[in-house]
Ligand binder design. Structure first.
Ligand code: AVI
Length: 321
């Protein structure tokens, strides 16, 4: 079904499988309520995220592209021995198109939870790069999925752009890097990953609380999605977007704050929220480069090399498995 716009309060039957429903409701029932940021990405949320990447305040996407273009020669030289590109969370596969062309990759494996969306994206990539053997694999790499047997075991490059690693807390980020290391562990394996670096707090704050209110709508849309997933009756218009930099944790935090007292019901449960009470929806960690390099080493990677933009806001890091 089409994603409802922000104001839906209808209660249909829950759409999520029991495991996800249990995860969502236990988050909502915690003393400090929280939702996993993975629930941002229904159809509408994915469209809003695409819109975020084009906002003047949201620098990561265009800065990453600038780093790739500025250092294309050096990156191709360092990374160029990998014939197989594996991209977890591939989405539209747009960045892979640039990279596979640059590296003259032979095989490309796009992995995403949303397999239907991925099929279309991989079909477009095949049309653009006919020599590339491209595969779409539905699955969650954090859950330990397997690659198809046709994928060469050597010269694998795990490509994880977009600074998505920042949306995991440090222990989960380390576990994910270890999983990526397992995928790339054959001869000639490596990783190329995007890292958003710490910077002026005003720049960070604006990137996650833009003037046009697109990020606010993206944040509130999680409630419309959760309504469908667990059959809840959140009114997204009654929740205020909040984003701030937590200096001690070096992360942007996004929350939704209740505009007034409200009771939210879902199939099998309910919760009262006081006015101003918050639901924590996302963290976006900004790792200093040495801290991230240390994490890469602990995950088993070595010989790291980083390229940044002129302002030092963003890094693309390559390391060998
Ligand atoms: C997907 N991820 C890297 C984005 C980020 O910057 O943490 C998600 C996002 N949240 C708000 N704006 C963008």
């Amino acid at each position: 079904p089409a994603a409802p716009r922000g104001g839906s309060t209808s209660r249909a039957g829950p759409e999520a499988p029991p495991v996800e429903r249990a995860e969502i409701t236990s988050g909502l029932l915690r003393g400090s309520a929280c939702l996993s940021p993975k629930y941002f990405y229904d159809q509408r949320g994915s469209e809003l995220f695409e819109a975020i990447t084009r906002l003047p305040e949201y620098y990561p996407t265009r800065t990453e592209r600038a780093v790739l273009l500025r250092h294309a020669g050096a990156i191709a030289q360092t990374v160029g021995t990998h014939g197989v590109v594996i991209e977890p969370g591939a989405g539209s596969c747009d960045k892979a198109r640039v990279l596979c062309r640059l590296l003259r990759a032979r095989q490309y494996v796009a992995i995403d939870i949303s397999a239907d969306y991925l099929q279309g994206a991989v079909a477009r990539l095949r049309a653009a790069l006919p020599g590339l053997d491209a595969w779409a694999v539905g699955g969650d790499i954090t859950a330990g999925m397997q690659l198809p047997p046709g994928i060469a075991a050597r010269d694998r490059l795990v490509f994880y752009p977009g600074s998505s690693i920042g949306n995991f807390d440090p222990p989960a980020a380390l576990a994910l890097l270890q999983r990526m290391h397992e995928l790339a562990a054959g001869e000639g394996g490596g990783i190329l990953i995007g890292i958003d670096l710490p910077k002026d707090v005003a720049v960070l704050q604006a990137a996650y609380d833009d003037a046009a209110g697109v990020t606010a709508e993206f944040n509130r849309n999680i409630l419309a999605h959760v309504n469908r997933l667990i059959g809840a009756d959140f009114d997204p218009r009654q929740w205020r977007h909040e984003a701030f930099f937590n200096t001690a944790e070096s992360r942007i935090e996004m929350h939704l704050a209740a505009c007034g007292p409200q009771r939210v019901r879902w199939h099998g449960g309910e919760r009262d929220f006081a006015g101003g009470e918050r639901i924590h929806t996302e963290n976006s960690y900004k790792y200093p480069l040495p801290v991230f390099m240390d994490m890469l080493a602990r995950a088993g990677f070595h010989a790291p090399q980083a390229w940044t933009d002129k302002r030092g806001w963003y890094a693309l890091v390559h390391a060998r498995a």
